[in-house]
Write a protein that binds this ligand. Structure first.
Ligand code: DP6
Length: 326
């Protein structure tokens, strides 16, 4: 990559009220709103350069991208080219500090970083709201990784998606929290979030899921405002478990958990019984993410690290939004 490349970095985010289901899959328009925290230290960096007339050259961790990953990035570059009136092929190189495809939401960071780097490289300067709308087209959850701290992605009403974007609820320093991640299985997941969401609609539990999200959003917003960990943790856990319950009722069924996932869940509940305020969340994979206060993070990390089958434990604080590098 030459010195003329534009580089951007974005952090992953953890949804406390989950996005799980779309009203328009082509535009990544969600069936409901969602609320997340952006996590520091788990990030994706992307270089973009528009050059000669040739086809796009896409590299992930120094290897040529292939399959669905490559076609999603190429499709996203087409959106940017159309908006900027650029025809040239692009050279894109991405590097992650987060393992990919294991349910740590790397696609959110990938497309938030790509949205900023590609638009700047194409000569566009988008506002943050416009960047969020664009990032959403790459991956729904990427709309939230544009911003740091506590973030809400609004469902929106318009069919073109122009009002389906994220906005910050509070900056990272509003409330010092930790997320402890127990990696229970580092193998790539068999069913992507995208495919999992498409299946969710076959579940009789799906309408109940959609109907309950507005109440969860209101509870989470109020808890964030009041810095009430118990309230935020309980609604986050409730949202995650309902999302996975939808999958159990789908045809064919969908279960992202492994045995170690379930053991971690029980250990978190045992910690709570002993008086530690620790609350779990699980995304489209077998890893368990635990929300807690900074002072409790070492105990949570030790407890999860001692669960047989846990391969690695990471602790993250809240992080900032997407930014240019260099
Ligand atoms: C379980 O944003 O990866 O992490 O929009 O199809 O790219 P696409 O899906 P994606 O889904 C994330 C699902 C989730 C919950 C969440 O982040 O809200």
């Amino acid at each position: 990559m030459s010195v003329a490349a534009t580089t951007a970095r974005a952090n992953v985010n953890l949804a406390l009220v989950k996005y799980w289901g779309k009203r328009d899959p082509a535009l990544n328009l969600p069936a409901t709103g969602s609320i997340s925290i952006t996590l520091g230290g788990l990030s994706v960096e992307t270089d973009v350069e528009f050059g000669g007339p040739g086809p796009d050259r896409l590299e992930i961790e120094g290897q040529p991208a292939s399959g669905e990953e490559a076609s999603r990035i190429a499709g996203f570059l087409d959106l940017v080219r159309r908006e900027a009136g650029v025809e040239a092929g692009a050279h894109v190189a991405t590097r992650a500090t987060v393992p990919r495809g294991i349910g740590l939401a790397s696609s959110a960071a990938t497309f938030a970083a790509l949205a900023l780097a590609a638009t700047r490289a194409a000569g566009l300067r988008l506002s943050q709201p416009a960047l969020s709308v664009l990032a959403r087209r790459g991956s729904g959850s990427a709309a939230r990784s544009v911003f740091g701290g506590f973030v809400e992605w609004h469902r929106g009403e318009r069919p073109d998606g122009s009002d389906s974007l994220a906005e910050p609820l509070a900056p990272p320093d509003h409330w010092d929290l930790r997320v402890v991640v127990a990696v229970t299985d580092a193998a790539p997941k068999a069913v992507s979030s995208r495919a999992g969401m498409a299946r969710a609609a076959s579940s009789p539990l799906y309408p109940a899921w959609v109907e309950g999200v507005d109440a969860d959003l209101a509870e989470a917003r109020a808890a964030i405002r009041a810095r009430d960990l118990e309230a935020l943790g309980l609604v986050a856990e409730h949202s995650a478990l309902k999302m996975h319950a939808v999958g159990l009722g789908a045809r064919p069924p969908l279960l992202y958990w492994r045995g170690t996932t379930i053991e971690c869940m029980h250990r978190v509940w045992a910690l709570r019984q002993e008086g530690t305020r620790a609350f779990l969340s699980i995304d489209a994979g077998p890893q368990v993410k635990v929300l807690c206060a900074p002072g409790d993070a070492p105990r949570v990390a030790d407890t999860l690290g001692a669960v047989p089958g846990v391969q690695r434990v990471l602790t993250c604080a809240l992080g900032g939004g997407v930014e240019l590098v260099g």
